[in-house]
Design a protein around this ligand. Sequence first.
Ligand code: SF4
Length: 179
Amino acid sequence: MAEVYEILDLAKEYGFSKVVEMAVSSVQLNPEVRAMCATNKCKMYDTNWACPPGCGTLAECEAKVAKYKHGILIQTTGELEDSFDFEGMEEIKEKHDLNLKNFVEKLYSLEIDMMPLGDGCCQICKDCTYPDGECRFPKKAFSSMEAFGILVSDFCKSNQVEYYYGPNTLTYVGCVLFN
Ligand code: SF4
């Protein structure tokens, strides 16, 4: 079992702008958020084992969350030139995804019993096996916060962490649950 301070210290080496301990009870799964996934604005719904419906029902996701005792909340915040700086938005997302990917790989190598939740769908394989074959890397693949039905702004608030850091900033949020 990993100590919370060890995971916090390790996470701080991976480029996140904020890393704090969180309460697992703050992970509230909201059917309305899951319903937003089903509108398929991202065009990834029903295409990947880490996205709905492949990642399981909300009850199944809840059961996965319930396996863990501890968690850390992580954020990557960046600045934009203006509210139309779509390139800047993409750069912040790429930075957050890379920070989380590298951090998760380290935890995986340390054999930590964990479940990360990030942003966007799993991109480990060029072509996901969904829905015909089993996931190639079930221990490495992870879902997004939204796929689990988490309303990120509420999640941050529950953990006394800001989500909005002022005009022309953008923040991506994730978490890692662990034992
Ligand atoms: S690891 Fe590969 S097969 Fe599994 S969810 Fe990710 S992309 Fe799909």
